[in-house]
Each structure stands twice: as structure tokens, then as C-alpha cells.
Design a protein around this ligand. Sequence first.
Ligand SMILES: Nc1ncnc2c1ncn2[C@@H]1O[C@H](COP(=O)(O)OP(=O)(O)OP(=O)(O)O)[C@@H](O)[C@H]1O
Ligand SMILES: [Mg+2]
Length: 291
Amino acid sequence: MNTMTLDAGHAAPAQPESLEKETVDSQTKVRETVGQPFCDDAKLRMRGVNVFYGEAQAIHEVSLDIGRNEVVAMIGPSGCGKSTFLRCLNRMNDTIDSCRVEGEVTLDDEPIYGPKVDVVPLRARVGMVFQKPNPFPKSIYDNVAYGPKIHGIASRRAELDDIVENSLRRAGLWNEVKERLDKPGTGLSGGQQQRLCIARAIAVSPEVILMDEPCSALDPIATARIEELIDELRENYTIAIVTHSMQQAARVSQRTAYFHLGHLVEVNDTETVFTNPQHELTEAYITGRFG
Ligand SMILES: Nc1ncnc2c1ncn2[C@@H]1O[C@H](COP(=O)(O)OP(=O)(O)OP(=O)(O)O)[C@@H](O)[C@H]1O
Ligand SMILES: [Mg+2]
């Protein structure tokens, strides 16, 4: 793997002023990712990925597998590249003009970057749930039915009804909304809206779900419900979740990846990361010395 050095000379040109605060000491080196970045049964595989916004490099030589039926949590200080990393996995970075992705990303061993890849079916296979619940200004029913309709998964009303009900059931929302499916999705509570967005994501039968801080706008009860749901969804899906909450990472994930200034510093089984971190930057972050 590549040798990486974090020093004041080249790390994170986008945020030079934060370097001093975030670097434990100026001699700290990130030579290579420590821990277990690879797995035998990888659903998604990333090798030597670099991401740039214009001239500024946001991700440096990241190599990581995300295993089938696994939840991997991405943690690290604000601006370290967690969202950028997540967006590489379904080419959402394509929607940002200045953004350029280099390196290899595969889904079931097929490259997802390449001129022949159609991003619309790719994003149906690799769905995304955002930080702030973003239901469409449509009914609860239509929020969930929209994807299956546009992807041609179902067109007959009875088929759509089944998909809507099943998706809402799997998202743990059916009982709360079954009497008001024709009401606007935006009229639900924040936690319900986020479960609606999860139902919308699973309605197209994705294989992977990317979640970018899905609970940060939710109260503890709604958060607990989503965390239970993530645990249930793992049986059928591969999940990559960005979280600012180390407790959440510890509760929902099997492996945790720690990012620092665009470098993947350490990835290991979650318990090891939180109880016996191998890199001093990880240790500094989890013990609250910075971040
Ligand atoms: N659209 C963009 N245009 C230019 N630079 C960007 C853009 N999005 C992110 N960046 C920069 O890339 C780096 C990584 O940002 P990113 O949003 O991936 O971090 P993050 O770890 O998700 O942070 P947070 O925890 O605050 O959400 C930062 O330096 C950020 O300023
Ligand atoms: Mg982010």
C-alpha cells in the first residue's frame, strides 16, 4: 500500500488552518492504513482512490472493502472526507462539477467508474439516505412508489401497493402511516420522515445502502428506532454509514473506519477500534483529544 505522510507540507490543502489543532503532534505519520481494510467477501471494493475538488485533494489513496451483509461505520473529525468517501461508492460525486475521482471502485467485482456504466441503475443498486430527511413533496405512497415506477420495477397498481407496503414495513413505519398513505410525506415527524426515506431507498431493492449521518437530525427515540432498523437491514443489505456519534458506530457496525484529513488511518472490527485502537490518531480521536 502507499506510503502516506501527514505533515504541514501537504496535508489537506483545503483546511490548512485546522491542521495544527487536529494533528496530535507534528511528527505523527500516517504511513499506511492500519488494521483490516480488506475482506474475503467484498461487496464493494475500493483501491487507491483519490478525490479532488479542483486542485484540493479531499481523499488520499484510500483502499477499503465493504463486505456483504456488513455494516461499516465511517468516523472522523469534520471535513476529514467521510461524505466525499461515501459519495464515491455510488458516483454521487459526479454531480459536483469540480470533483474528480481517481482509482478503482468495484461493485460485485465490476468497475463502477467507466464510460459504459449507467449511473441511474447503479444508484438504484447503491442507494443513499442523507443527513436531513428529504421526502419528495408528494404523498407518503408516492414517495415510496416513485423509484419502482421510474426504474420500471413495477407499473401495475397492485404490484406497487405491495412494494409500498413491504418497504414501509421493513422501514418500521407501516403501522404509523397505513391510514394516511395519501397524505404528504413532509407532514411526518423528523424520525418518521427519515424512515420514509429509508423505505424509499429500499423500495427499489438496492444491494447497498449508504447513509450519511442519518440520525443527526433525530431525537434519541427516533435514533434508536433507526439503529434497530440498520441492524435488521443488515441481513439483506450491505451498509456503509457515516456517523459523528462514536456510540452509534459502536452499536450498529461490525467494522469501523477512522478518517483523518482525507487519509484512511485505521480500519478494524469495531470493538478493536474503540477499545484498542492501533494508531495514535485514532486513539486521540476516540479519547476526545481532538475532533
Ligand atoms: N462540493 C465541494 N466543493 C469543494 N470542496 C468540498 C466540497 N465538498 C467537500 N469539500 C471539501 O472536501 C473535504 C472533505 O469534506 P467532506 O464533506 O467529505 O467531509 P466530512 O468528513 O463529511 O465532514 P462533516 O463531518 O463536516 O460532514 C473538506 O475539506 C471540504 O471542504
Ligand atoms: Mg459529511
